[in-house]
Ligand binder design. Structure first.
Ligand code: NAG
Ligand code: NAG
Ligand code: NAG
Ligand code: NAG
Ligand code: NAG
Ligand code: NAG
Ligand code: NAG
Ligand code: NAG
Ligand code: NAG
Ligand code: NAG
Ligand code: NAG
Ligand code: NAG
Length: 459
């Protein structure tokens, strides 16, 4: 065959590709169909369509293979990484290529890898190892890939700008390697089976403009979404259909935000008023969470696509909540808006179906019993606004901070049980008629040295 002749008679100082590179291109031509016509009738592979060569020393070398959108079928031959030391771009997206991906390990000049919209079946272990020049890796929409985990070895280089692994059957947790991607602008992991907490280093993606973690199977990602507040360049953030918890953070520094898609999670608490102020926000989706407090009100000349149904807002229209509801939500806020409160602390009447709260027939809150609920956070001073409260049980939680002085103004309070927490500070002086149990709070100071010892009642 003519190409073999070229291979054996020309080595250096000519315009042709030789050796392993030529051999791989021939294998590739035979493995895919329909291969481009020029690959059959043009001798010099550097003149093949879809192949770009560069000059390295005296030799010609393949710099780019670009076969996107050519309806190609077939399986890529193995040995690709041993054949093209100078490859910079491998663009094979929008075909029907199948079989295992060949390893790309060690291709230290590779900048762009675009394999999306194919039907690859597996990714070999270490496939993307030592790609020190990688800027863009796109594999999205290879739905038949056998399950794999996010490559924890994707470190040691910092130029990655775009990473798209959406719909690739990724599973498991994300490794703590995101500090390696200071320049990452686009991260799309949509439509996989990722689970667990996001790693600590995730907050370091401060230049991110597009983030999509939406639609993870099997429960998906969990933890809070506080990390969003540090990603101040974001224009689009999609976290829908996961198990994210806790409140929506203050996103007032995310001034470029256009799309915020948080539906179908377990978010709790009030929608921060600053969200309604974001001047570029076009689409907000908050549906099917456990959000509480006033229904948010967006300026519809800016925010055109708003979806907020399926939450626990106090009213079905924007406007302030009942005072007692506002107070109870301030109390929940100090606990970090736990889901187990948000499940029933919804709507505008705390005497109707709210767990842990007992009202009298006149609709006055008499008892709050939050014993042993694994609560974290602090005791809110807002308890002092529940003027009808008689009994307050907060024992056996993980509460920190001090007992707020405002509780001393509750003239009807007869029992306060804060035992078995991690409270600290000095116990305020209560009416002697009240029974206080403060046992087992190692850091709680019972006696204010400057005052006479009040009558502590222990039980
Ligand atoms: C190679 O084949 C293609 C398609 O059949 C044709 O367009 C092209 O002119 C041919 N080139 C040469 C050098 O024969
Ligand atoms: C050029 O090709 C020759 C023969 O294949 C090889 O020995 C040499 O190392 C190559 N030079 C470069 C710079 O790759
Ligand atoms: C190519 O990939 C294989 C399999 O991952 C690996 O063993 C080999 O070392 C790689 N080649 C280079 C040049 O890194
Ligand atoms: C992908 O490949 C599988 C076999 O591995 C085949 O059953 C399926 O039809 C292919 N899907 C597409 C979209 O080509
Ligand atoms: C916004 O940025 C400023 C300046 O960096 C910082 O002081 C402030 O805490 C940030 N606000 C939020 C809500 O993150
Ligand atoms: C909303 O924007 C207005 C005008 O810039 C400002 O006065 C107000 O404090 C902002 N509200 C919040 C909650 O950020
Ligand atoms: C809504 O935004 C438009 C455009 O910025 C502004 O002109 C209008 O006053 C705003 N309306 C309200 C109710 O804030
Ligand atoms: C509005 O949001 C829904 C659901 O997220 C989406 O299907 C629809 O395309 C969006 N409409 C516009 C005009 O952006
Ligand atoms: C708020 O709710 C409480 C408890 O249901 C009720 O007693 C009170 O009248 C309500 N306040 C207002 C202003 O509706
Ligand atoms: C408070 O709740 C705990 C746990 O549900 C329960 O064991 C206890 O009896 C309750 N206390 C009162 C006074 O209802
Ligand atoms: C309190 O914190 C612990 C440890 O972080 C956590 O496991 C627990 O779920 C938290 N409690 C609530 C009610 O969220
Ligand atoms: C409850 O009390 C706190 C301080 O003790 C106050 O800041 C807050 O605004 C009060 N809440 C309501 C709803 O009155």
């Amino acid at each position: 065959m003519f190409w073999k002749c070229a291979l054996s008679t020309n080595n250096n100082n000519n315009n042709e590709i030789v050796g392993d590179e030529a051999a791989y291109l021939m294998k590739l031509r035979d493995a895919i169909s329909p291969a481009p016509p020029t690959w059959f009738n043009v001798t010099n592979m550097c003149d093949w369509s879809h192949v770009i060569c560069s000059t390295v020393g005296n030799n010609r070398s393949v710099e780019e293979i670009n076969l996107n959108s050519m309806s190609l079928k077939g399986t890529l031959p193995s040995g690709l990484n041993n054949s093209f030391p100078y490859l910079r771009r491998l663009i094979l997206n929008k075909n029907s290529l199948t079989g295992p991906l060949p390893s790309l390990a060690g291709l230290s000049n590779l900048r762009e890898v675009v394999l999306s919209d194919n039907n690859f079946t597996s990714i070999p272990h270490g496939c993307f190892q030592d790609l020190y020049s990688l800027e863009r890796l796109s594999l999205y929409s290879n739905a038949n890939l056998s399950p794999w985990t996010f490559p924890a070895y994707l470190t040691g280089f910092s130029g990655l700008v775009k990473l798209n692994l959406a719909d690739t059957n990724l599973m498991g947790i994300l490794p703590d390697i995101f500090a390696s991607f200071p320049d990452l602008l686009i991260l799309n992991l949509y439509g996989n089976s990722l689970t667990g907490l996001l790693p600590k280093s995730f907050v370091q993606l401060i230049n991110l403009q597009y983030l999509n973690l939406g639609d993870q199977e099997h429960g998906g990602l969990s933890g809070t979404i506080e990390f969003l507040s540090s990603m101040t360049r974001l224009d689009s953030a999609s976290l829908e259909r996961n198990s994210f918890q806790g409140p929506i953070p203050d996103l007032s520094n995310c001034t470029y935000l256009q799309d915020l898609i948080l539906g179908d999670n377990r978010l709790t608490g009030e929608v921060p008023p600053s969200l309604m102020n974001l001047s570029m926000l076009e689409e907000v989706s908050l549906e099917n969470n456990f959000l509480q407090g006033p229904m948010p009100f967006f300026n519809t000349t800016i925010t055109k696509n708003i979806s907020i149904e399926g939450n626990g807002f106090c009213l079905d229209h924007p406007g302030p909540c009942n005072h007692t509801v506002t107070t109870l939500l301030q109390i929940a806020q100090a606990f970090g808006y736990p889901l187990l409160l948000a499940r029933t602390w919804r709507g505008n009447n705390p005497c109707k179906g709210w767990s842990f709260i007992t009202c009298d027939i006149q609709g006055k809150i008499r008892t709050i019993n939050l014993t042993k609920l694994n609560l974290n956070g602090t005791i809110s001073p807002a308890f002092g606004n529940l003027t009808d409260l008689r009994e307050l049980y907060l024992s056996r939680n993980g509460l920190k901070g001090s007992i707020p002085g405002s509780l001393t103004s509750l003239s009807q309070l007869r029992i306060l049980d804060v035992s078995n927490n991690n409270l600290s500070g000095i116990i305020p002086i209560f009416s002697p008629k009240m029974v206080l149990n403060s046992a087992n709070n190692a850091l709680l100071l019972k006696h204010s040295p400057s005052r006479t010892t009040p009558l502590w009642i222990k039980f």
